[in-house]
Design a protein around this ligand. Structure first.
Ligand code: SAH
Length: 205
């Protein structure tokens, strides 16, 4: 497996058919997903690990992790339509390799402990502070997180990281070209600057 092959595998997954604006259903571009997953893989954070994909959508991040040798991926998503597509994308995956939890992450109290959380959460544009809500849930589940946020919210995310006393291992900057799939985009793709944060609790290590 190479990073380029991983990007191709991810690009062949089925996508949201009718992305829902209120749930901020923006898929992670395949090249971006491959870059982040490859980075985690090189740091030894994927192979044989139990990983959660929060706001899994059609499964881009979690399925990529499975292809890189994750022991098990827990997909958490509240939209049944996305889960239907996720299941199609998982058709070739052994059932013991994954679990799908249909729930609202912001209110769910029984999320499992995992080695790593991968998340491209809602950016909090429609549902204010959903991004921080996702981070808090991720934090309850693990000591190590990769999470995507709008670069314009960098200060707010850094504040959360400081409050949680986490360390920033690495930051990645991307430009997402959001396809004109949503009504308000008026048929023009628009570019959004995104930061992916790799953060970690270094206490007790
Ligand atoms: N992880 C996918 C999808 C990102 S879009 C990818 O990388 O391509 C954000 C996802 O979070 C959407 O699938 C949306 O339905 C889901 N979502 C939004 N709010 C949620 C909530 N409160 N609980 C669970 N899932 C939620």
């Amino acid at each position: 497996m190479s990073k380029a092959t991983l990007a191709v595998i991810i690009s062949r997954l089925k996508m949201f058919e009718r992305p829902k604006t209120h749930l901020e259903q923006y898929p992670t571009p395949s090249e971006v997903a491959a870059t982040i997953l490859w980075n985690a893989h090189m740091k030894g954070l994927i192979e044989d690990k139990i990983i959660a994909d929060l706001g899994a959508g059609t499964g881009i991040l979690g399925i990529g992790a499975l292809r890189l040798g994750a022991r098990k991926v827990i997909f958490v998503e509240k939209d049944e339509e996305a889960i239907r597509i996720l299941k199609e994308n998982l058709a070739d995956t052994e059932p013991e390799k994954y679990e799908i939890i249909l729930t609202d992450i912001l209110t769910e109290k029984n999320l499992p402990k995992v080695d790593l959380v991968l998340t491209n959460p809602p950016f909090g544009t429609k549902n204010k502070h959903a991004d921080i809500g996702f981070l808090n849930k991720a934090r309850d589940m693990t000591k190590e997180i990769y999470s995507f946020h709008k670069t314009s919210t960098d200060n707010c995310i850094q504040q959360w990281i400081d409050d949680e006393e986490l360390a920033v291992v690495e930051r990645f900057n991307f430009k997402f070209s959001l396809a004109p799939t949503m009504k308000q985009h008026n048929k023009k793709a628009h570019i959004v600057e995104i930061t992916c944060w790799h953060v970690k609790d270094q206490k007790g290590l």
